[in-house]
Write a protein that binds this ligand. Structure first.
Ligand SMILES: [Zn+2]
Length: 109
């Protein structure tokens, strides 16, 4: 007997350090089971960790962005959070190579 029965049977990973060493750690006020990472001590609730956005959703978001839909609308359609979407858009624009030349100011005038 190693006494490891408290380790959650489901394969979960710590949202912070991705460690699979997760133990049950009581419940939240809402009755949801709470878990704790044995590696970094992070406590979290199952379901609170957001699923990674899959490739299909990424492509759909890209299309919708091209349609110039509002972020709120895209978030509703694709089911992602507006906060995530905003971050995604920022990242996307940041990664886009700059092709716009900086207009030089005329010195005379
Ligand atoms: Zn952890």
């Amino acid at each position: 007997m190693l006494g490891t029965s408290s380790i959650a049977a489901k394969s979960m990973n710590c949202p912070k350090c991705q460690s699979p060493q997760i133990i049950k750690y009581g419940h939240t006020h809402y009755g949801k089971p709470r878990f704790r990472c044995q590696d970094c001590g992070r406590q979290f609730v199952e379901g609170a960790t957001r699923q990674p956005i899959d490739e299909t959703t990424h492509q759909l978001i890209d299309k919708l962005l091209l349609e110039r839909l509002a972020l709120a609308a895209i978030a509703r359609v694709t089911g992602v959070s507006q906060r995530w979407l905003q971050m995604y858009v920022n990242q996307k624009f940041y990664q886009t190579p700059r092709t716009i030349e900086v207009t030089q100011k005329n010195r005379d005038g």
